[in-house]
Design a protein around this ligand. Structure first.
Ligand code: SF4
Length: 396
């Protein structure tokens, strides 16, 4: 577990501070700490050897995405971070902008890409532009500010932002690596993933992948919030248990944790010894974009889930009927459960509505919302029963 602010090549860590306290090292200091970015031959093979998976949420093997790219394509670093509870990408862009830029340049070089973009949140624009001005090798990178919208961070929305200025998700019938920005083969890679590529370019895939566990290599950034004394970002090796991840934040007695953010899943305190990893293989809880929201035993999980569902319903991009009409209906049903509506049919109606919206959107927004709601019904099953009897545990 690390919240130091020094990158460490020997341990292959990004070394970001827990909180956003200013800017990280300038380019000169970055070079003194890590050395110049090598033009490593066979970087794609090194990334395959490392076992790196995407840190933006989908946990797709990075080397598989790279292998699908055609030459002379487009590489986009995605730091748009539409998820309100994620803090890691902004922290990285403020404190390790040169490592992200290294990763973008190394990836573009390995793919013989022609166009390079960095899409960032408004708060990260200034530090990123300053970092780019400090170096002489990054003139080709175009910076674009993403709208502050939940679905704006989705890969097809990022491509749409660059193509049209709107930033709306599109249907996934054709992969972006096949036909993306202006018809070109396009790679959209989360900025944390790029920062790890900046490390792999220096230390090689084997050494980078020696950190963590075989099923989840390297380190990962986690944004921790909720009922904790010390919210912030930590860096932890693959294979870490949920309990070890939240412990440094001094949580209140834990009732549940939302793992993966608003499109993630609620798990109860009985899951604290499980690992949080790239995927559910080997019993891990999927990390998603590395967001952990701790719920203390004095908070009502159903109320929290209802508020998140209402937020997600309002964040629909307004393009697909099941999403536009179904998510508000789903959020309304969850809200009735949280409010203590004693209609015994309500839990089944929530399930049914979740099933109706799932798989019916051009993007995964309805699926992610349904997943969060369903997991709440399971994690807070005792609370659902209590609310049906006119009682709320958190109101004691
Ligand atoms: S599913 Fe919802 S968020 Fe996704 S594209 Fe359709 S309307 Fe937009």
């Amino acid at each position: 577990m690390s919240s130091t602010s020094t990158p460490d090549l020997a341990r292959a860590t990004l070394g970001v501070p827990r909180l956003l306290t200013g800017h990280g090292p300038g380019y000169g200091e970055h070079l003194r700490a890590l050395g110049p970015l090598p033009q490593r031959a066979g970087l794609v093979d090194e990334i395959a050897r490392s076992g790196l998976t995407g840190r933006g949420g989908a946990a797709f093997p990075t080397s598989t995405k790279l292998a699908a790219m055609a030459p002379r394509g487009v590489v986009i670093g995605n730091g748009s971070e539409g998820e309100p509870l994620s803090a890691k990408d902004e922290l990285l862009l403020h404190n390790r902008p040169h490592l992200v830029i290294d990763g973008l340049l190394a990836t573009a070089h390995a793919l013989a890409a022609r166009r390079l973009h960095l899409v960032v949140g408004a708060a990260s624009e200034e530090p990123v532009r300053r970092a780019l001005r400090e170096r002489g090798d990054a003139d080709a990178i175009e910076v674009t500010v993403a709208p502050d919208r939940f679905v704006g961070g989705e890969a097809s929305a990022v491509v749409d932002l660059l193509a049209t200025g709107r930033g709306l998700p599109k249907d996934h019938a054709v992969r972006l690596t096949t036909r993306g920005l202006r018809g070109r083969s396009t790679l959209v890679q989360n900025v944390e993933t790029l920062a790890h590529i900046g490390l792999i370019a220096r230390v090689g895939g084997e050494r980078w992948g020696a950190v963590g566990v075989p099923e989840d290599r390297g380190t990962r950034l986690f944004s921790i919030s909720g009922d904790v004394a010390h919210p912030g970002v930590i860096e932890a090796p693959g294979g870490s248990s949920l309990r070890s991840l939240i412990a440094p934040s001094s949580p209140q007695p834990v009732s549940a944790v939302l793992v993966g953010g608003y499109h993630g899943a609620w798990v109860g305190r009985d899951a604290l010894e499980r690992t949080v990893g790239a995927s559910s293989k080997h019993g891990a809880i999927p990390a998603g974009a590395g967001i952990l929201v701790v719920l203390g035993d004095r908070s009502c999980g159903l109320r929290t889930a209802a508020e998140i569902a209402a937020y997600l319903a309002a964040e629909s991009a307004g393009q697909c009927g099941p999403c536009v009409n179904g998510l508000p209906a789903l959020a309304d049903l969850v809200s009735r459960v949280a409010d203590g509506d004693r209609d015994p049919r309500l839990p089944a109606q929530v399930e049914r509505m979740a099933g109706l919206v799932e798989g019916r959107g051009a993007c995964h927004h309805p699926d992610g919302t349904a997943k969060m709601v369903r997991s709440a019904l399971v994690a807070f099953a005792d609370d659902v029963a209590a609310h049906q009897h006119g009682f709320c545990r958190a109101a004691r």
